[in-house]
Design a protein around this ligand. Structure first.
Ligand code: FES
Length: 214
């Protein structure tokens, strides 16, 4: 019976082989560093368009931009609707009677002092506006988002709103009522006053709806 014994290692060969191994390891390390550097650069190059794709497009930026509204042709009692951020916004030139109505019958209102509603700080007043004659209101009912109708005192077809109707906005979807400052009446489905957007005057006849300084 014969057994095979492992041959003793050849020291010289081992040294030589070890030297080659050490050389291989150094080459592999250099390759690894070079590959990592290339990979990092590649990732960075790939990330830049990705980050760019997260930036808002020009159209999206434009959709959020303020809207300039010329109100020079708006007569007393007239309403103009513009679109800001995809929502209708009313600009109502209130008559002096309309302005006076905002001080009466506040007992009908759920939040007459606008404590729970959304408006710029400068508009937290009886008129919910920067100046009494012009109302700027987001025309979206705070119940489920319908657009209410302007129902002025004396308009045809408003008799059913009652003798105490001060003029305002009526939402036909579920019957919410708001006064001419967008303040919600008591006992209707809408929980809060209509929203007043930020806005500012560029001149007495030019309004910027959505102006963050407003
Ligand atoms: S959406 Fe206006 S009352 Fe319901």
């Amino acid at each position: 019976m014969s057994t095979t014994q492992p041959l003793p290692p050849d020291t010289r060969d081992a040294q030589s082989e070890g030297g080659e191994l050490a050389g291989d390891a150094a080459i592999r390390r250099r390759l690894l560093i070079a590959t990592s550097a290339l990979g990092g650069a590649g990732l960075l190059a790939a990330a830049v368009p990705f980050v760019k794709s997260l930036e808002p497009s020009a159209a999206a930026r434009a959709a959020g931009d303020p809207v300039e509204v010329d109100i020079s042709a708006l007569g007393p009692g007239e309403l103009k609707t513009v679109v800001w951020r995809g929502k209708p916004v009313w600009l109502l030139k209130r008559t002096s009677d309309m302005v006076a109505s905002l001080g009466r019958d506040t007992a009908l209102l759920a939040d007459a002092t606008s404590l729970r509603s959304d408006q710029p700080a400068a508009c937290r007043n009886r008129y919910r506006s920067l100046e009494p004659q012009l109302a700027v209101i987001v025309a979206v009912c705070t119940h489920l988002g319908c657009t209410p109708n302007l129902e002025r005192v004396g308009d045809p077809g408003t008799a059913w709103l009652g003798n105490d109707w001060p003029g305002g906005f009526y939402c036909p979807c579920h019957g919410s009522k708001f006064d001419l400052a967008g303040r919600v009446f008591k006992n209707v489905p809408a929980p809060t006053n209509l929203v007043i957007p930020p806005y500012a005057y560029e001149s007495p006849t030019l309004v910027r709806v959505g102006d963050p300084t407003g």
